[in-house]
Ligand binder design. Structure first.
Ligand code: TXA
Ligand code: MG
Length: 350
């Protein structure tokens, strides 16, 4: 298949530039597009065959449901049963990097929801994404636009690397602002449960839902027989080709010294990489290192994370040491969660 790439300047997206992608979506094809979180692989959420093609292009298991994207929070009423919690979230955080799981209405095909009676709804803020949905006049079903299991795409080039030739169109709208997927909350039966931490932080959510529950799968490995509340959480995710070893920082100087010492001893070989903040990688000028940015800047770290993992795939690195904070708040929780998944919960105690 010939994939058309359309470059759009996010500061002035033109309706004419979206004509081809809109035509593709309306006629049942697949378009990758930028959002403020990561790039999505979109198809009409009301077209069952089109959504089946999303699973095919990504190599995604069909029991892993898709998020439907709307251009305005009020549109959700058409596709699911909204409630007071939804309205609270919509008022405070939409459009933005948050996804709500609600009971679905029949108009949404079962292929989208993997047979579940709930549907995930998100209203992206990115102007290209929002305009695309508006011009299509239908909700757009979109998982992250990567091959299943690989790090999510935060640049058009990542989508090209994974999906060129398999989809109709890629809109290149530059790098994603947040670089981590949306926060997912399940808000049915009066409970609010965090299934995936993301751009809207746990601290922001707690201000609205003091009793919010954090799903076990966010920071711990589920047993074989446990069912993941978000089916995607059970798969190994965000994984580069190399084995990932996680080293968790506790912020003390003494431990910092031990980490540097450990890495110096264990990273002699030229097929070992280090992913950490500037201060740590600068100690290893002869190694294959990728920097997440300044150690206190979680936003920059979030933005760079998936790109760094993908950069390692272009090297001959076989083992990557990742040094990050073990955080249960702010954006740090989302970074910690992604790295737990990328490493398959492989945490080194040093
Ligand atoms: O930021 C994002 O959310 C991006 C952009 C493109 O919007 N999308 C994204 O989609 O990350 P995806 O498919 O890669 O991740 C969606 C997650 C999966 O883990 C899936 O299992 C879960 O949401 N999910 C979808 N529908 C669900 C439902 N009805 N109940 C529970 N989990 C659901
Ligand atoms: Mg994904």
């Amino acid at each position: 298949m010939k994939t058309k790439i359309i470059k759009i300047d996010i500061t002035k997206p033109l309706d004419e530039q979206l004509e081809f992608p809109v035509e593709v979506i309306k006629s049942g094809g697949l378009v990758a597009f930028p959002t403020e979180t990561v790039y999505g692989l979109g198809a009409s959420a009301l077209n069952e065959d089109a959504s089946k093609n999303i699973y095919k292009a990504k190599g995604r298991p069909s029991d892993n449901p898709l998020i439907i994207h709307i251009d305005n929070p009020i549109e959700a009423e058409k596709y699911c049963f909204t409630n007071d919690d939804y309205h609270k979230i919509a008022k405070n955080f939409m459009p933005g990097p948050i996804t709500c799981i609600l009971k679905k209405k029949n108009i949404i095909p079962n292929t989208i929801t993997g047979g579940l009676d709930t549907v995930a709804v998100r209203c992206p803020e990115n102007i290209i994404a929002n305009k695309l949905i508006q011009l299509c006049g239908c909700p757009i079903a979109a998982p992250s636009a990567n091959t299943s299991g690989k790090p999510s795409p935060t640049k058009a080039q990542h989508v090209i690397d994974d999906l060129y030739g398999k989809i109709d169109c890629i809109i290149d709208g530059g790098s994603c602002d947040i670089g981590l997927e949306s926060t997912i909350v399940k808000i049915v039966d009066g409970n609010c449960k965090l299934l995936r931490p993301g751009g809207i932080t746990i601290n922001q959510l707690t201000s609205l839902f003091p009793k919010i529950e954090i799903d076990k799968a966010v920071i711990s490995k589920l047993n074989e027989n446990e069912i993941a509340e978000a089916p995607g959480m059970k798969y190994r995710h965000y994984a580069p080709k190399a084995l990932v070893n996680l080293i968790l920082k506790d912020g003390t100087n003494e431990q910092y010294g031990r980490i540097i010492n450990y890495l110096s001893k264990n990273t002699q070989s030229n097929n070992i990489g280090v992913l950490a903040s500037d201060d740590i990688v600068s100690k290893f000028p002869n190694l294959i290192t990728k920097s997440l940015g300044p150690q206190d800047d979680e936003f920059e770290q979030g933005r760079r994370l998936f790109d760094c993992l993908r950069e390692f795939d272009k090297t001959n690195v076989e083992m990557i040491y990742v040094v990050i904070n073990q955080k249960n708040n702010d954006l740090g929780l989302a970074i910690y969660n992604r790295m737990l998944k990328a490493s398959g919960f492989n945490i080194l105690k040093i």
